[in-house]
Design a binder for this molecule. Structure first.
Ligand SMILES: [Zn+2]
Length: 298
């Protein structure tokens, strides 16, 4: 048991539950900034700022039933029977090379990504690059409005293994992916991520971002490392951090290959802890990240 992680999570859990209690988060006494209703500054470094852009409104709880491997005793002991604090979000890196969006949220009437960008003075057309972790709808949904591309100028980078895996799926399952990739086909780039975490950096994307293969949740799921900020954007490594930080062997129903997902989760968590990185995740509760550099490793 890692006590410091538990303390962090308890703080995050308390915050997220407080937010959930606030309903839409627009109440007069809602917590400022860190609740995600405005962009949250995750990390700033020389010539670089990274923001958490929460896509959903208010708080979000993942039902415990989404984690069938989680023992009931554990769920009870953490007090998360009513749901595990979570969110849906994306990240923005403002770099010397341009503005980079990591995933795009759900889109549609529920999605708030463009509102968050707007509060930073950015329009969708201002985004220079989009780096995609994987092809689930809560990550690529924001790329489209109806049949039109939302981000009219962005160069889009997708993991090649993810692209190939989805293209091999049945037509009804891949329709959103096909439609979306088609809308961006003139500015679509295939990425071949590094296989071993933090090993080698010959694949470097604009902004100095290095992609690493982190499969299991989906076949080509990819995490992105911003070395300059000591930050790893881990996509859907976890859907219920309160459970999975201490128990990486627990999968969510969404994980396509559970055994591979669990191994990847353990490996990435070990990497961010050992190296004292900031871990940013698309389904972490507010404030969307955990700073493992804030305290020395055990
Ligand atoms: Zn997701």
């Amino acid at each position: 048991m890692n006590i410091k992680d538990m303390k962090r999570l308890m703080t995050m859990t308390a915050l997220a539950l407080a937010l959930a209690a606030c309903g839409d988060g627009k109440g007069g006494n809602a917590a400022p900034a860190a609740d995600g209703e405005a962009p949250v500054l995750v990390k700033a470094a020389e010539g670089l700022e990274v923001y958490w852009l929460k896509d959903n409104e208010g708080g979000r709880l993942m039902p415990a039933s989404l984690f069938p491997d989680a023992p009931e005793a554990l769920i009870d002991s953490l007090g998360v029977q009513d749901g595990i604090p979570s969110s849906t979000g994306a990240f923005l890196a403002r770099t010397a090379d341009g503005d980079i969006l990591f995933d795009t949220g759900n889109g549609g009437p529920e999605g708030h990504l463009t509102d968050r960008l707007d509060s930073l003075g950015l329009a969708p057309a201002d985004i220079d690059y989009i780096y995609i972790t994987h092809f689930h709808g809560d990550h690529i949904g924001g790329m489209m409005e109806g049949d039109s591309a939302v981000f009219t100028n962005a160069q889009v980078y997708v993991p090649k293994a993810e692209y190939d895996a989805w293209m091999a799926m049945p037509a009804d399952r891949k329709s959103q992916v096909v439609r979306t990739m088609d809308a961006y086909r003139d500015r679509l780039h295939m990425v071949d991520p590094r296989q071993e975490l933090l090993a080698g950096s010959d694949v470097v994307l604009p902004g100095g971002v290095v992609p690493y293969h982190a499969p299991g949740h989906t076949p080509g799921h990819t995490v992105y490392y911003l070395g300059q900020a000591g930050l790893m954007i881990v996509g859907d490594l976890m859907h219920g951090a309160a459970l999975q930080l201490e128990h990486p062997e627990i999968n969510a129903n969404f994980d396509m290959d559970g055994a591979v997902a669990a191994a990847t989760r353990a490996k990435v968590l070990d990497c961010v802890r050992t190296n004292g990185l900031v871990m940013a995740g698309m389904h972490l509760p507010a404030p969307g990240y955990i700073d493992f550099a804030a305290e020395p490793a055990d």
